[in-house]
Ligand binder design. Structure first.
Ligand code: KG4
Ligand code: ZN
Length: 394
């Protein structure tokens, strides 16, 4: 089965074509082409992602990227034979409340053959609704034009599914053993989910306010690091660990929020506020050393908080494997500490390859393949899909 996957939930316009096969009960994947355009530069000056700008950028990029991903996949095209004008009426009639089909997409359909694809998968949420609609409308239009079923995919399930594939080696990785505990840590989410199987989830706990990625990004902004600040904080924290070995110490520390709350929830806005007050008291402009110290203290406060809550769940629930995914799982310190934790509890540990840790289309393809192969759900041509900004996983 060949899948075209589209992801536009936030600030990455991402598409891929993935082959997925089931042999002797196991699924194997073969990535045929993969493309991603990041809008980070466009959003940097706003200190976060600006929804209407994200939508405009997705709309501007999606058709050229679609052409590239189809061309790169080398899937032999069949003649299209569609009456484009009739198709335009059909599409615009169906989705009159939303935008009309772009002339660019119509030209693409006229000029290109229908590729050998069996399923179109698109992120329906959670995310920024104006941004999600760009991917959804494109997916539905292609579904109708090419007569291929279209499946909505939950972005969070995508982050979880990202752990079963290595895009660099184009290799399928071991699947998690169930029940598995999945910790999703990203710019918008901090959630612990117990997976009894693919598609069978129980909510264990999550953030009551800010997400982990938000804490990284907001504190980064306070020390003049542009959005998204997580990777730069990680780099400074790493440098600070090296200088600590040479005796460089911080004369402050940040709180470990809710570490003794007795429940499975997180709260990162208090940590952010505490950092804000501490930073205000410091001598300005901040020295490089101070920025390194802030980064390390922040990273360590976050990591310890996550470790403490996850440990408690592993101890109290039946957990046979551990999954950490979402953009923040790119953090090397967090990775190292959770690897140690999984060794301590002697359970397999799954984390996405660095190339598919932040938002991408490969994870959407993986999730849709697993779902269609395991659950045998059927989706139709032109399936009605709506953008769901606050979609949850359970
Ligand atoms: O999953 P993702 O690409 O988008 C969402 O679905 O939110 O995650 C983006 C988040 C941002 O907050 C970014 O700062 C954070 O992941 N991030 C990191 C690192 N790399 C990305 N945070 C800490 N350390 C990193 N190395
Ligand atoms: Zn994400």
């Amino acid at each position: 089965m060949n899948i075209l996957a589209i992801e536009t939930s936030c600030d990455e316009t991402a598409l891929c074509i993935m082959e997925a096969e089931k042999n002797e009960g196991e699924i194997s994947f073969n990535l045929l082409s993969n493309i991603l355009h990041s809008q980070i530069k466009e959003h940097e000056k706003y200190g976060g992602v600006f929804p209407s700008l994200a939508k405009r950028e997705h709309a501007r990029r999606i058709v050229p990227l679609l052409k590239e991903v189809v061309d790169n996949s080398k899937l032999s095209g069949k003649s299209n034979n569609i009456d484009v004008e009739k198709f335009r009426d059909k599409f615009n009639g169906l989705f009159s409340h939303e935008e009309n089909l772009s002339d660019e997409l119509l030209s693409f359909l006229k000029e290109n053959n229908r590729p050998d694809i069996d399923l179109i998968a698109v992120t329906e949420g959670p995310g920024l609704e104006p941004a999600l609609w760009v991917g959804i409308n494109t997916a539905i239009a292609l579904s109708i034009a090419w007569r291929i079923p279209v499946m909505p995919v939950n972005h969070l399930e995508g982050h979880i599914a990202s752990v079963v594939f290595d895009p660099e080696e184009n290799k399928t990785l071991p699947f998690p053993i169930f029940p598995s505990l999945a910790l999703i840590i990203s710019g918008g989410h901090t959630e612990m989910i117990k997976m009894n199987d693919w598609g069978s989830y129980k909510y264990i706990g999550g953030t009551l306010d800010d997400a982990v990625g938000e804490a990284f990004d907001k504190v980064a902004r306070m020390i003049d690091i542009p959005y998204p600040g997580g990777p730069k904080i990680a780099q400074l924290a790493e440098e600070a660990r090296e200088t600590r070995e040479k005796g460089e110490r911080a004369d402050f520390s940040f709180p470990r929020p809710m570490i003794n709350s007795g429940d499975n929830n997180f709260s990162f806005s208090g940590l952010k506020t505490s950092a804000m007050y501490k930073i205000k008291e410091m001598e300005h402009p901040l020295s490089d050393k101070t920025k390194r110290m802030i980064s390390r203290e922040l990273e360590e406060a976050i990591t310890e908080t996550l470790l403490s809550k996850v440990s408690k769940v592993i101890e109290n629930e039946d957990v046979s494997s551990l999954i950490i995914s979402g953009g923040v799982s790119a953090n090397q310190h967090i990775k190292n500490e959770f690897k140690k934790l999984s060794l301590k509890y002697n359970i397999p540990f799954h984390i996405p390859h660095i190339k598919i840790t932040t938002d991408n289309a490969v994870m959407i393809a993986l999730s849709s393949a697993i779902r269609s192969i395991y659950s045998k759900e059927k989706f139709s041509v032109g399936e009605k899909i709506e953008a769901k900004g606050n979609l949850e996983i359970v």
